[in-house]
Design a binder for this molecule. Structure first.
Ligand SMILES: Nc1nc2c(ncn2[C@@H]2O[C@H](COP(=O)(O)OP(=O)(O)OP(=O)(O)O)[C@@H](O)[C@H]2O)c(=O)[nH]1
Ligand SMILES: [Mg+2]
Length: 199
């Protein structure tokens, strides 16, 4: 009887778990975004001024929708020599967040080429991609519309891919919850394409 009750309890308590990969060039604000997410979802987080360039990976799990879903974020280093390792994560991920430094006009071309390479990878087929125009708190930022145009050129090559560009400031937290909401909804809709893991 106890085992039956335990089984029912476990099943009832089962949570869907999704893995989300945070990608983007070095200095884009990926780790800052992750730490701000942790703070917004009441987890212990690092002071933002103590973040250093990522060499390995940072992992954090946040719980959304009244604890029914777990989003496991993988933040990996964006320096050029580290980008070749990104593809090792593709087959396991349910969603990709691509962070763009909206103030870095000189690297916007490198940024779009990097994103182009990601979306062309077969393992990424069907995975929702959210592009974040980060650092919107800075006066010298590029407008979201301009970033959207660059992104749309890449999206044109895709079929009915779920993708979106949203403005955020990982530093102030502006737009961060909206970004998580968008991704959570897309993960739900893409359930048939990639099954969630259960915990
Ligand atoms: N003004 C402003 N600065 C930001 C924002 N997000 C990140 N930064 C700054 O950008 C710099 C790089 O941030 P990181 O979070 O380390 O960038 P990263 O993408 O993780 O970099 P790598 O780990 O090297 O790939 C830091 O000085 C951050 O404080 C933002 O929204 N606004
Ligand atoms: Mg980092």
């Amino acid at each position: 009887m106890f085992h039956l009750a335990q089984g029912i309890y476990n099943n009832w308590n089962r949570k869907e778990q999704y893995s989300i990969l945070i990608l983007g060039l070095d200095n884009a604000g990926k780790t800052t975004f992750l730490e701000t997410c942790k703070k917004e979802f009441n987890l212990n987080s690092k002071p933002l001024d103590k973040i250093t360039p990522t060499v390995g990976q940072n992992v954090a799990t946040i719980s959304v929708e009244n604890n029914k879903k777990l989003l496991k974020f993988w933040d990996v280093g964006g320096q050029e020599n580290l980008r070749s390792m990104w593809s090792e994560y593709y087959s396991q991920c349910h969603g990709i967040i691509f962070v763009v430094d909206s103030t870095d006009r000189s690297r916007i071309d490198e940024c779009s080429k990097t994103l182009g390479k990601i979306v062309m990878d077969d393992e990424v087929e069907g995975v929702p991609i959210l592009m974040l125009a980060n650092k919107q708190d800075m006066p010298e930022r590029m407008e979201v519309q301009d970033i959207k145009e660059i992104f749309n050129q890449i999206a044109e090559h895709l079929s009915a891919r779920d993708s979106r560009v949203l403005p955020v400031s990982a530093l102030t937290g502006e737009g961060v919850k909206d970004a998580i909401d968008w991704m959570t909804l897309r993960l739900e809709r893409n359930k048939k394409v990639r099954r969630p893991l259960y915990k």
